[in-house]
Write a protein that binds this ligand. Structure first.
Ligand SMILES: Cc1cc2nc3c(=O)[nH]c(=O)nc-3n(C[C@H](O)[C@H](O)[C@H](O)COP(=O)(O)O)c2cc1C
Length: 217
C-alpha cells in the first residue's frame, strides 16, 4: 500500500472534465497559479527525456481576441453541422458536447488565460512517417493532462482544444512562434463555476479490452 488517499486521487482522475460553459469568465487568474500548475506539468514523461515542450501563455486581451478569431476560422461550419447531425440521429450526449464546444468558440476571447502547449519538432522531417507521431505527441500530451489535473485540484479548469491548429500559421505569426516549434493545442484556462464535476459516461471497458490477443471487433 501507499500513503495516497485513493478516494482523492481517483476522484481527481475521473472527474477532470473538458470545461467550457462552467469557465468563470469574470474571475482573474494569477500568473503564480499558472506557473504552479506548469511546474507540476513538466514532471510528466517525455521521449528520451527530451523535454521539448514549450508553453506559451497568453493573457493580453487583444491577442486573446485574435486567437479566438483564429480558433473560429478553424471551426468553420464544423460545430454547427455536428450539432445538426447529432440531433438528426438522436445522439443527445454528442449534441451537448458540440453545443458546449460551440459556446466555447463564441466566448474564447473572454477566457482570461490561453495556454498553447508546443513541442520542438525541428529534429523531424517535414512530413514525418506514422510511427514518429506517438513519440512526438506522447512527449507533450501527458504534460498537458498533468496540467489539467493540477488546475482541477486548485479550482480551475480547461478544455483541451485542437480546432485552431488548421490555422496554426496565423497563431504562429501573431505570437512570434519560431519555425520548428509545433503548436499542439490551445487550453482556455479559468476558475470553474463550482467544482462538483462527475465521472463521464464511457463505453464499457469489456467492449474495448483484449487479453493476450485481439478478439472480436
Ligand atoms: C485530442 C483532443 C482534441 C480536442 N479538441 C477539442 C476542440 O478543438 N474543441 C473543444 O471544444 N473540445 C475539444 N476536445 C475536448 C473533447 O470534446 C472532450 O474531451 C470529450 O468530449 C470528452 O469530454 P470529457 O473530457 O469531459 O470527458 C478535445 C479533446 C481531445 C482529447
Amino acid at each position: 500500500m501507499t500513503d495516497f488517499d485513493l478516494s482523492q486521487t481517483d476522484t481527481l482522475l475521473t472527474t477532470t472534465r473538458a470545461v467550457r460553459k462552467r469557465l468563470d469568465l469574470e474571475r482573474p487568474v494569477s500568473r503564480d497559479v499558472v506557473r504552479e500548475c506548469l511546474e507540476i506539468a513538466i514532471q510528466a514523461p517525455s521521449g528520451s527525456n527530451r523535454q521539448g515542450w514549450r508553453w506559451l501563455v497568453v493573457t493580453d486581451a487583444d491577442k486573446r481576441a485574435q486567437l479566438a478569431e483564429i480558433y473560429r476560422a478553424g471551426v468553420g461550419g464544423y460545430l454547427e453541422g455536428a450539432i445538426r447531425e447529432a440531433a438528426e440521429r438522436g445522439a443527445a450526449q454528442d449534441g451537448r458536447v458540440f453545443e458546449s464546444a460551440h459556446y466555447l468558440a463564441e466566448n474564447l476571447q473572454h477566457v482570461p488565460v490561453h495556454v498553447i502547449p508546443c513541442i520542438q519538432a525541428d529534429h523531424l522531417p517535414a512530413d514525418p512517417p506514422r510511427h514518429v507521431w506517438p513519440g512526438l505527441m506522447g512527449s507533450i500530451m501527458p504534460a498537458i493532462w498533468s496540467f489539467q489535473l493540477a488546475l482541477r485540484s486548485r479550482g480551475l479548469g480547461t478544455c483541451l482544444t485542437t480546432l485552431h491548429l488548421s490555422q496554426a500559421a496565423d497563431a504562429q505569426a501573431l505570437l512570434g512562434i519560431p519555425d520548428g516549434i509545433m503548436q499542439t493545442a490551445l487550453l482556455p484556462v479559468a476558475y470553474t463555476k463550482g467544482t462538483d464535476f462527475k465521472p463521464a459516461g464511457r463505453r464499457p471497458l469489456d467492449e474495448i479490452l483484449y487479453w493476450d490477443e485481439w478478439s472480436g471487433g
